[in-house]
Design a protein around this ligand. Sequence first.
Ligand SMILES: [Zn+2]
Length: 329
Amino acid sequence: MKESDIRPEALLNRYLEFSASDAERCFADVVRQPIPCVGCGGSQANHEFEKNGFAYSSCTACGSLFQSPRPTLAAFEAFYRDSVSSRYWAEVFFPAVAEARRERIFKPRAERLSSLCAQKNVQVDKVIDVGAGYGILLDEWRALHPNASLLAIEPSSVLANECRAKGLDVIEDIAENVTGYQSYADLVVCFEVLEHVYDPLAFVRTLVNLARPGGYVFISTLGVDGFDIQLLWEKSNSIFPPHHINFLSVAGFKLLFERAGLEEIDVTTPGVLDVNIVQNAVKKDPKILHNQRFVRTLLASDATAAAFQRFLSDNLLSSHTWVLGRKPL
Ligand SMILES: [Zn+2]
């Protein structure tokens, strides 16, 4: 898989431009407060850089990178309700790549998650997908497990309708407002949402609430320890406010899940795009690897680039991160 398969360059650039202008337009006069580390809760952090008027800090204890001082929750809610970039994502970007993503992302994702559950010996009859989007993951899960009870939680009405069109049960709201499903699911999943959320600890606790005792909570998101983010840092297209504001370290993910009351926490980084993301960034700006002769050599041959990507994935060094934890009995 290549980055351009799931993020065509022209669409991505347009989306990033809209995000940059939203960052100024929607947050210009908003009050901002320093926040504790979103991973470990620690209060010591170093300022790293500023992007589109949003500052990012890294935690001195666990290494997580997060946006701070942070605007108010109300400002983020208004931004997600009505911003050019959010609408562009839901109405233009995602529909253009939805089917490509089904084959390249959602199908392998459902298979990998299913085998992870099998390894843990967990019987999965009830699944909740928080931030279900187009409902593709649940659709693929149903293909593997036709008898499973599936519930999509999706606040956007456009996307909730897409889920209904696939025959899925949908609650059209944010997870924090859902009632009647406490301690319900064998598996609660949440893909590519944590990097956006205002308060990751409160959010993971909400996911834990939806899981039954002995059930599992799963998230996938972007991690700061990944190769492309470490190398590109403030130039990384993945770090774009106001959308992407949390990048936990592997240590930070474990501490976050522990603080939310989960146990038997597993972190893996099955990402496959780090190397290609860096190659694409270097094509645009060769200076990025100016003094990095060894990395240039590594990425120059298809064989070593592919082997290096496998090494990253196997050693918790890809930025695409999976975190799984069990709710105690
Ligand atoms: Zn920390």
